[in-house]
Design a protein around this ligand. Structure first.
Ligand SMILES: [Mg+2]
Length: 230
């Protein structure tokens, strides 16, 4: 009889699909617009992160957050430099933000092979962070939905939110793996709950930066390497 007592909880963004690449492209465009209007590019990106993280902490992952953060950053520099807001630049910047949601992230190399192989022996769950509408849309476009028994869109990725997933599916922590790219959102909550954790670091952004709370986890260079261990 097959043994499906083990479960893997996967992260989505920058673990299975390359979301950050799209945001980096938007950042490049924003950088160019800002420098074109005489503002410092690097400083604009730093301020954008700061404003965006403040928005997340205050209101969570609403869809309009990112375009708004970009526009607010532009306003900040206009005010700081005593420049009038240029409505065309403002529109261009807002469009950069909205355009992010119109793009389909590429799949991480080997994702279908990995999920297809693992689904033979494990129950697969998805736990993703963000705005439910955006996340469900990304999952649909990725074509990966069918691999997962259940999909959870979390609003913070706190240990408590992961605990609710364990409860819902009756999972034992020692028989559950958590695989993700983020120390803040995947690894640390997983370690706090005593799950088996695999970190596959991917370049993301300031919001996800944190130090691991322990070294009791496996770190891999790529998703495909998971097949050597599970
Ligand atoms: Mg991620």
């Amino acid at each position: 009889m097959e043994d499906r007592t083990y479960t893997i909880i996967f992260d989505l963004d920058d673990t299975l699909i390359k979301t950050n690449k799209i945001y980096n492209h938007a950042r490049d465009k924003f950088y160019r617009v800002m420098t074109k209007h005489g503002f410092p590019g690097e400083e604009s990106l730093d301020r954008l992160d700061q404003i965006d993280i403040e928005h997340i902490n205050r209101q969570g992952f609403a869809k309009e957050r990112y375009p708004l953060s970009l526009v607010k950053t532009y306003h900040y520099f206009c005010q700081k430099n005593n420049k009038k807001i240029d409505r065309q630049a403002e529109q261009e910047i807002s469009d950069i933000g909205w355009n992010v949601f119109e793009q389909t992230p590429e799949l991480v190399e080997g994702v279908n092979l990995v999920l297809n192989t693992l689904q033979e022996r494990y129950t697969l769950l998805l736990a993703t962070l963000g705005d439910p509408e955006i996340q469900h849309e990304k999952i649909r476009h990725s074509g990966l939905k069918g691999y997962f028994l259940d999909i959870h869109v979390l609003s913070h990725k706190t240990p408590e939110e992961y605990r609710q997933i364990l409860n819902k599916h009756n999972l034992k922590k020692e028989k559950t793996w958590l695989i993700g790219n983020s120390v803040r959102s995947d690894l640390n909550p997983g370690l706090r709950l005593g799950l088996n954790c695999i970190l596959i670091p991917a370049v993301t952004w300031k919001f996800e930066e944190e130090k691991p709370i322990s070294d009791q986890y496996l770190q891999l260079n790529s998703l495909i390497e998971v097949l050597h261990y599970l």
